[in-house]
Design a protein around this ligand. Sequence first.
Ligand SMILES: [Zn+2]
Length: 266
Amino acid sequence: MVTRADIGVLGGSGFYSLLDDAEEIELDTPYGPPSDVVTVGHIGSRSVAFIPRHGRDHRFPPHRIPYRANLWALRKLGVRQVLAPSAVGSLRAEYGPGAMVIPDQLVDRTSGRVQTYYDADRAIHVSFADPYCPSGRSAAVETARKGGWETVDGGTLVVIEGPRFSTRAESQWYAGNGWSIVGMTGFPEAILARELALCYTSLSLVTDHDAGVEAGQGVTHDEVLEFFAQNVTRMRTLVSDTVQALPDKRTCPCVSALDGFSLELP
Ligand SMILES: [Zn+2]
């Protein structure tokens, strides 16, 4: 395969205009096709592959996203570092809409999603104590701060099954455990990336407070729409700048996630 990319972006369809000299590639994987054709192009000097995780027409709800195919397709193109922008709810009164959280921990509250590539022949147990890439995290935190974002360095992302939102009691329970934000797509993306020895960094944009958090007056529908429109452009800039801030050579522990296993990776 001639077309290759170093960095992968899994995000909403607002990211199409990220890439210069973009080319569309139709890919298949042992896990079926990814969410959509993969767009490969450049941001500055970096080669980037983009997959809209819900599909271009938003046909995949969070519990139906072909997560294994998406990560496999990226790795097959040569990708080793993945940025995962997404929208989340906040469990903390102190940060609300517009905050950029770069989580360092994750709690999996999904159910029924296939969360491994290694489900036949033998058991492969990869370490997942620290689910996110430390190099990717520091590049994202530094870039967000420079870009003027209210940036939260660290915190725990709770990934729920969806598509429903949390009940008030669930939300209060998550908050009571000290967890920070709630989303629906961060898992199994993170573990599948780790199982392929990819670096994975979540850029979580807070769009609202979760059900159990009492804060402020709440926002109107118009404010939410306006907020979203403003932030698509800001998010695009953040992802683009973070791509360029990622290290050229990987020195993080993600590289050796599969050391000791003899596996055939794409
Ligand atoms: Zn890494």
